[in-house]
Design a protein around this ligand. Sequence first.
Ligand code: GCU
Length: 421
Amino acid sequence: MRLSFWLFFGVIFVPFLFAQSTGFNYDEAKVPEYTLPDPLVLADGALVKTAKVWETKRRPEVLELFKREMYGRAPGKPANLKFLVFDENKVLKAKAVRKQVEVQFAGKADGPRMTLLIYLPAQVKGPVPTFLTLNFRGNHTVTDDPAIRLPHSWVRGRAKGEAVNNRATEKGRGVAKSRWNVTNILKRGYGLATIYYGDIDPDFDDDWKNGVHALYPKPKADEWGSIATWAWGLSRALDYFEIDKDIDHKRIAVMGHSRLGKTSLWAGAADQRFAMVISNNSGCGGAALSRRAFGETVKRINTSFPHWFNDNFLKYNDNEKACPVDQHMLVALVAPRPVYIASALGDQWADPMGEFLSGMHANPVYQLYGLKGLPASKQPAVDNPVMGTIGYHVRSGKHDVTDYDWEQYLNFADIHFKGKR
Ligand code: GCU
């Protein structure tokens, strides 16, 4: 009886456990050998030698590959896009101005729409350089401020009572404030603008009916997945900044964490109006090189989150080497604009080394512009940021956004937006 139980257990469960644990590699020695596609070699085999050829020939090729094979093509600015500023008030003892703007994608209050929450430092005269970010849990989770509107859209809810029947409740107010460092950002002379990402496209696979997808046909195999959709929403925020004289639309740093870090990278690649790009712990499908298959893999991400990328990307499950691009080329698409990649040592799932390497392998494109790119030939020590036109740090601690991360982003913005050294 006992023996047959263990035999049964062994046959049924052990291979399952084994298969699970062998699915993901965390051992540098077991990273497969790989050759990265060369960002500087054109489809016809010619070598790119100037910034001009990069911009007119190779960059469009690379961008097209990422659209077709991975993130998907997105539509342009909708014709009826409408902005409604429904709140503009001095807050934080008159040290800041808070604005809330409803962005109606079809120009209708009852259609798909997102709410932009903006804090601007009152002490800054003239248009303010601003960090634009998506948030995971609703604008009201970013600070304790009772005047921040609750999201109208589907909310997952993490803490108890944060959402009831997928609707946000008051319980969520301020729950994510440790990630936002609002007072410090304002003190340093920057604005912070944020949008709940679920306003643009709720983060579950619903066959493209909700969020802004309600306005468009179901995506084809080369069209927008959710990451491209969230990035599209960031571009709509930029459309608003272009008409708000308090915000410097030429100094917008798009920042995101994790899946929203993948999104900020894609937003900065697809829309060159973003002046700076920041990826916080973006990992697979973000800054990490796919070919290393370290931690999360393409197959795993496509399986757990089938809606994030387009259907063409499924071809690269367990077959990363067949992909005509890798993530260093995504970083290269940001050139010559500054880009910062941040890893966390406790976030091996996101492959800190792979995130560093994609920055380093984007260098040849920055060099075409006479820029240094990432000034490091090996991964810097923990908690030792390096900042060229590409910045990088691996912070101690876990997968998260911390004050330490923001400190580096503010220093990086000071260098590139304010000329401070
Ligand atoms: C999962 C996923 C990651 C993603 C992360 C997040 O861990 O596997 O790819 O970055 O969720 O967005 O929180």
